[in-house]
Design a protein around this ligand. Structure first.
Ligand code: AMP
Length: 302
């Protein structure tokens, strides 16, 4: 595994590997890419595993991207542990870790941004103005730098998957986007680098997120007539049962269009994939979680 911190070195390395594969093996190299902000956990590892299985060369980037954080968000205290991240990357068989500085990624304040409309106005886009412009801009830059064939993203950030896919389609990036299922702790909490912020009490109460999503899924499966409004209300009621929970949003939208669905229609009659997504604060920590359901209430990605 090699660690690279300069854009030119990264480009040169990947190009070189591609050339020598054609020369020595007489075939094209497949390059898989996993972009992250580090403080890696088993969720990131699952993306790396899939990339490893499906590609000759696996590139991992670790970069806490300042332009996707709002002024009152947690950029300064975002958890970091480079040594532990490198050990995890080596364990997962990563070939290249790209670990650029902020100066390397943004040598001058960027005057160019990639902004996906509509999809970014819902859910996290509504509560974190400018967040997705920061995400698409940095992912677009990283895509140009790595030039992968395939990139892997977690459905933990389902809206991000929809937004990146839209960007790739609209701007003709020749990159396949592979969505990967949410990895959870054994008690249901979705893995997140931000979970370390939680106190013991907050963590205990945060279990309501996965529990209430699972209950919603069971209810939809067992009751064909249940409507999106009823599901949304029950989720809100459930989450509010935890005194430390402060709801940012609980929303039910079509996926990946992120367009509204009929609130009084039976979920099972809707002819689209459904995203049930929520963002809830516990103390200063904002957690997100979701489930994706087919029309018949069956989870497509758990
Ligand atoms: P982050 O480092 O939080 O920006 O995440 C990097 C990538 O890992 C994103 O594509 C996330 O969706 C994905 N990811 C984060 N947590 C999980 C999880 N619990 N399960 C699956 N993927 C995840």
């Amino acid at each position: 595994m090699i660690v690279i911190d300069k854009v030119t070195d990264l480009r040169q390395y990947v190009k070189q590997q591609r050339l020598s594969a054609v020369k020595t093996a007489g075939r094209e190299l497949s390059v898989g890419f996993v972009p992250t902000m580090g403080f890696l956990h088993d969720g990131h590892a699952s993306l790396l595993k899939q990339a490893r299985e499906q590609n000759d060369l696996v590139v991992l980037s670790i970069f806490v991207n300042p332009i996707q954080f709002g002024p009152n968000e947690d950029l300064d205290r975002y958890p970091r542990d480079e040594q532990r991240d490198l050990a995890l990357a080596a364990r997962e068989g990563v070939d290249v870790v790209f670990l650029p500085s902020v100066q390397e990624m943004y040598p001058q304040p960027t005057k160019t941004k990639i902004a996906v409309s509509e999809l970014t106005e819902e859910l996290c886009g509504a509560s974190r103005p400018g967040h997705f412009d920061g995400v698409t801009t940095v992912v677009g830059k990283l895509f140009h730098m790595v030039a992968p064939d395939t990139a892997y993203f977690g459905l933990k950030d389902a809206q991000q998957v929809a937004v990146i896919r839209q960007m790739v389609d609209d701007l003709n990036f020749d990159i396949k986007i592979v969505p990967c299922p949410i990895v959870r702790e054994s008690d249901g909490l979705a893995l997140s680098s931000r979970n370390v912020y939680l106190s013991e009490e907050e963590r205990e109460q945060a279990l309501i997120l996965s529990r209430s999503l699972r209950e919603a899924e069971d209810w939809i499966k067992s009751n064909p007539a249940v409507t999106t409004d009823e599901i949304r209300e029950s989720l809100i009621r459930n989450i509010k049962s935890q005194p430390l929970a402060v709801i940012d949003y609980v929303d039910i939208l079509a996926f990946p269009s992120l367009t509204p669905v009929h609130t009084d229609a039976a979920i099972n009659d809707l002819d689209v994939e459904i995203l049930i997504a929520l963002a809830v604060k516990f103390g200063t920590t904002r957690l997100i979680d979701n489930i994706l359901l087919t029309t018949k209430g069956v989870a497509t990605h758990v």
